[in-house]
Design a protein around this ligand. Sequence first.
Ligand SMILES: NC(=O)c1ccc[n+]([C@@H]2O[C@H](COP(=O)([O-])OP(=O)(O)OC[C@H]3O[C@@H](n4cnc5c(N)ncnc54)[C@H](OP(=O)(O)O)[C@@H]3O)[C@@H](O)[C@H]2O)c1
Length: 289
Amino acid sequence: MTDVTIIGLGQMGLKLGELMLAAGKSVTLWNRSADKAPGLVAGGAQLASSPAAAIAASPVTLICVYDYAAADEILNAPGVPAALDGHLMINLGTGSPEDARNAEAHVTQHGGRYLDGAIQAAPSQMGQDDTPILISGPSAVFAEALPLLAILAGHPSHLGERIDAAAFMDLATLSYVYGAFGGFLHGARIAESVDISVATFGGIVEQISPSFGAFFKHEAAVIESGDFAITESPLRISIPAVERILRTSKTLGINTELPALVHSWLGKAGQAGLADQELAALIKILRAG
Ligand SMILES: NC(=O)c1ccc[n+]([C@@H]2O[C@H](COP(=O)([O-])OP(=O)(O)OC[C@H]3O[C@@H](n4cnc5c(N)ncnc54)[C@H](OP(=O)(O)O)[C@@H]3O)[C@@H](O)[C@H]2O)c1
């Protein structure tokens, strides 16, 4: 027996293996293409001949393959359903909430325990005290897995018993990232269209990002509290601010879709009488559909 099995030796799986070996864990590996394993085998890991043999070799398996369709193929490979009995399976690949529910149903139906995870970091950022890893599933199973997960991330976030919570949170944070990236690109278009350095703009974005992160955290607490009394930023100051962005973008002749969208939301908020509430009250417009 080994301490942990790792299935999937892509960029991320290889890193998981490296970290486990560096932490002194005994490791079993399986990958569809066996040629990815030599480095880890030279470091002491054992290569299993099949996914079923790999799962049987350790009490805990980390699976990190391209997507849940690939994971599903592995979880249905010959001998795997029987091998799951009594074992803990942690899926650290990226998938949808439905993927997480299906994977949990499959593993528990065959007598295994299951946690679903989402890694929100690049391989080189793994193993740090602040590496973001989201985990969902039963609390007792999370407690059992924590010593191994803590090797990958100092403080993995347990989002609760609901198995699809990590996948939903991954979507929520990616939604933030792509929304912010859209705003970043619009800002870059403003800068380049008037020959202001886009690189300088990028540096300023980096400088202001930590304080805006703190601001968004505050606005999240406002939304959760349901109390939209002004505490930081009145919605009314954002109405002319976005009007200025939209008007200037039109004058510059650049794409206006993004500021037009936010301008439309703020316009509805003004009409709904939300101007004298905290900016987070804009969520009431999105709640209306
Ligand atoms: N890399 C990142 O920055 C990063 C960050 C956060 C999350 N993730 C997530 O981590 C997971 C793995 O990412 P990665 O970067 O390691 O990807 P990758 O380098 O493309 O590796 C993909 C892995 O999946 C395996 N695979 C693909 N299709 C398969 C199938 N049908 N049957 C069996 N194995 C299959 C590959 O096996 P072969 O070697 O045989 O092709 C390989 O081990 C993904 O869900 C990704 O979204 C990655």
